[in-house]
Design a protein around this ligand. Structure first.
Ligand SMILES: C[S@@+](CC[C@H](N)C(=O)[O-])C[C@H]1O[C@@H](n2cnc3c(N)ncnc32)[C@H](O)[C@@H]1O
Length: 184
């Protein structure tokens, strides 16, 4: 059975002390898939940002970077790493962000925690600029690449959003897609 938000928050609050040591290298290998797609004018939303490993990885500082996560303990680690990220304690099933706000949206290894991942996918599409780029990954043991692609296609169609989807092979544990959302 899918875990409730409180359980997820408690789980990640407890994981925080060893998260970076344990997951840095595997998460960095996933991030390497997207490094060529950055520039400093990007406005970046990190959906389920955790301890901000993506921020550590970035060589370019984007104009705006906002990380959203349920776990306050994880967000505190982000603030210890760099002064510039804006951290928001919030639920990715109802992002506390206005529509069409971001040009790059990243969500690494988060959707497997969400009982109905389509809710978060719909939210990601809502806050995406037209045009914009998305990268979404999820643990393969919970979510198949076919489900991920179908959910994104269905939500895009439902909201009249035109996009191209490219699947990519992440190291070992995640399935992932890159999406280019077209101009309206
Ligand atoms: C496996 S970690 C990945 C963190 C980060 N994206 C990374 O690459 O290291 C999953 C993160 O998703 C967050 N999370 C899970 N469910 C969430 C929800 N409903 N709303 C916001 N964050 C959530 C957890 O708190 C945790 O920080």
């Amino acid at each position: 059975m899918a875990k409730k938000a409180d359980e997820i928050r408690n789980l990640y609050n407890q994981t925080v002390s060893h998260y970076d040591e344990r997951y840095r290298s595997i998460q960095f290998s996933k991030f390497s898939e997207i490094s060529a797609r950055w520039n400093e004018k990007d406005t970046v939303l990190d959906v389920g940002c955790g301890t901000g490993l993506l921020i550590e990885y970035l060589e370019i500082v984007p104009t705006i970077y906002v990380g959203v996560d349920l776990s306050f303990n994880m967000l505190q680690v982000v603030k210890e790493k760099k002064p510039w990220p804006c951290c928001v304690a919030g639920d990715v099933r109802k992002l506390p962000i206005r529509k069409n706000a971001f040009s790059r949206i990243m969500s690494f290894s988060v959707l497997q925690n969400i009982p109905d991942p389509r809710e978060t996918i719909a939210e990601i599409l809502r806050v995406s600029e037209k045009p914009s780029s998305l990268v979404i990954t999820a643990l393969r043991k919970t979510i198949s690449i076919m489900s991920l692609v179908n959910w994104v296609r269905e939500e895009a169609e439902r909201h009249g959003i035109r996009m191209e989807i490219e699947e990519f092979n992440l190291a070992l544990e995640d399935v992932g897609i890159k999406c280019d959302i077209k101009k309206e």
